[in-house]
Write a protein that binds this ligand. Structure first.
Ligand SMILES: *Cc1c(COP(=O)(O)O)cnc(C)c1O
Length: 506
């Protein structure tokens, strides 16, 4: 914590302890009458000591959470160059539509006769997703990309079981894959077989063929891949996979680079999740839950999870079973993230099909503009050719000077930017993955590029200490990431509450 003022505050930014440290058990924001002589039915199991809840007045509560929110970097504060995450602007039009009471105030157990509009919206979203991807079916319910992967892999598992081929256990995953891919395959009961990386950052047909066999269940490939490159052999790989009796799971997290340009269905994809919080501009994390609808090929569609929306004589119903299908189960208690469906469909309809094509074009153009500006100052492993939607740099040109990827990331904090993605993909040492997205105007890209280039100049000038000291201007200085991961402090106990200050001081 900053210690050069009496209060611990800095400028107009207020230091903020935990709510348990500021609160006082006797205070409360409301004034309720004491309960009238209700007999205690706890039979001696009642609490002996005070509950120790933080009691705060209403203004204190407001201030606590608003101060915390000021410590958070957000897409509404500035460019968020995090590669692989697609941090794009969340249009306010989406927010307005999601707040219409006909969508926002529904309960999932309401009779379907009272939610016809909401079901129509879900059907319309499904129609757009199927049309854009060229796939016949979609499961809307998965609640994140990783959850969508699980949905796709469970559909593959069910299809194999239905064929009497549950002995197919091996799933091929390139070494450049996002960690969720092997994790999903393993969690779904498959074994993971890694396809080693090649120097050009792409998956080669020969490497896939060499791994094929009667025990292969599926391949999981990201396209465009996590190096920001389109996989040129993707169709041939899909054909080889199918010829071997296996399925093709495509990780669609990077779909924003090709939406409206390429239909995954035409590439032979059997299942692909679409992160609505990436491609279709719905908020990430604290701003709203994720949503990972998963499109399925004709071969996998019969195994799609319930519920299904069925239109009969102009009325939509939610069905748990449709004759001739063998749903593998369900992905969540109800129907998925209604608020995110509303936001995503608003984004689609406000762009139109031509506008969505331009989303992909502008995302790729913005990334290539950054690549062109940064390439002279940094090492760009595959940068001799244009990239897709993200720019991959590494620290090989700055490391000999004593500055690494982590130091660049920390220096960016002082400049008011959330860092780029660090050390991912793993196949590139010291990776710095930058994704500007289509929603950043050229002025913002130039400001960011100017900052990156100025930092590169500092490296050239040998200002190693500048980097090792960074961040200097944030409320917390450089933290011990390794110790935080190895010895995480997951619980706060009264009396040990100086731990935070101690970590900061170190
Ligand atoms: C983001 C991402 C995922 C996981 O999606 P979540 O919505 O975060 O669960 C999977 N693969 C890739 C390549 C990603 O970028």
């Amino acid at each position: 914590m900053i210690t050069d003022t009496t209060s611990g505050n800095r400028g107009l930014l207020q230091a903020e302890p935990l709510i348990f440290e500021t609160g006082h058990a006797t205070g409360a924001g409301v004034d309720l009458p004491a309960p009238k002589g209700t007999p205690n039915k706890l039979g001696g199991l009642g609490r002996k000591a005070a509950l120790d809840l933080p009691g705060l007045s209403e203004p204190e509560t407001m201030r606590h959470f608003v101060r915390l929110s000021q410590r958070n970097y957000a897409i509404d504060l500035g460019l968020f160059p995090l590669g692989s995450c697609t941090m794009k602007h969340n249009p306010r039009l989406n927010e307005r539509a999601a707040r219409f009471e006909g969508f926002a105030d529904l309960h999932p157990l309401q009779p379907t006769s009272t939610i016809q509009g909401a079901l129509e919206l879900m059907d319309e979203l499904a129609h757009w997703l199927c049309t854009l991807t060229g796939m016949p079916a979609v499961a809307l319910s998965p609640k994140a990309g990783a959850h969508g992967e699980m949905c796709g892999m469970l559909a593959i598992k069910a299809a194999l079981e239905a064929r009497g081929e549950s002995s197919r256990k091996r799933v091929l995953v390139p070494s450049s894959a996002h960690g969720t891919n092997p994790a999903t395959a393993a969690a779904a009961g498959f074994t993971v077989d890694e396809i080693p990386a090649r120097d050009d950052g792409r998956v080669h047909l020969d490497d896939v063929k060499a791994k094929l066999g009667p025990d292969v269940a599926a391949i999981m490939i990201t396209n465009p891949n996590t190096c920001g490159l389109f996989e040129p052999e993707i169709k041939n790989i899909a054909d080889a996979i199918h010829a071997a009796g296996a399925y093709f799971y495509c990780d669609g997290a990077n779909y924003n680079a090709i939406v409206g340009k390429v239909r995954p269905g035409d590439l032979g994809v059997d299942a692909m999740h679409i992160n609505l919080h990436k491609t279709f501009s719905t908020p990430h994390g604290g701003g709203g839950p994720g949503a990972g609808p998963t499109v399925l090929s004709a071969a996998l569609a019969p195994f799609a999870p319930v519920p299904h929306i069925v239109l009969k004589a102009g009325v939509r119903e939610l069905r748990e079973h449709i004759a001739g299908t063998q749903a593998f189960g369900r992905m969540c208690a109800f129907h998925g993230q209604m608020g995110m469906f509303t936001r995503a469909l608003t984004y689609m309809m406000s762009h139109g099909s031509d506008g969505l094509r331009q989303v992909a074009e502008d995302a790729v153009l913005n990334a290539n503009y950054l690549l062109a500006r940064l390439r002279p100052h940094f090492s760009a492993p595959f940068g001799e050719r244009p990239c897709m939607h993200e720019v991959l740099l590494d620290d090989s040109s700055i490391k000999p000077k004593g500055v690494e990827t982590i130091d660049m990331a920390k220096a960016l904090l002082d400049e008011g930017y959330h860092p780029f993605t660090t050390y991912f993909p793993l196949v590139v040492h010291g990776a710095m993955l930058i994704e500007p997205t289509e929603t950043e105007p050229k002025r913002e890209l130039d400001r960011f590029a100017d900052v990156m280039i100025a930092l590169a100049e500092r490296v050239k000038a040998g200002e190693v200490e500048f980097f090792k000291q960074a961040p200097k201007l944030t409320p917390m200085r450089r933290l011990d990431d390794t110790r935080a991961a190895r010895q995480p402090k997951l619980r706060w106990r009264r009396g040990e509450n100086d731990a935070g200050a101690k970590v900061a001081a170190e």
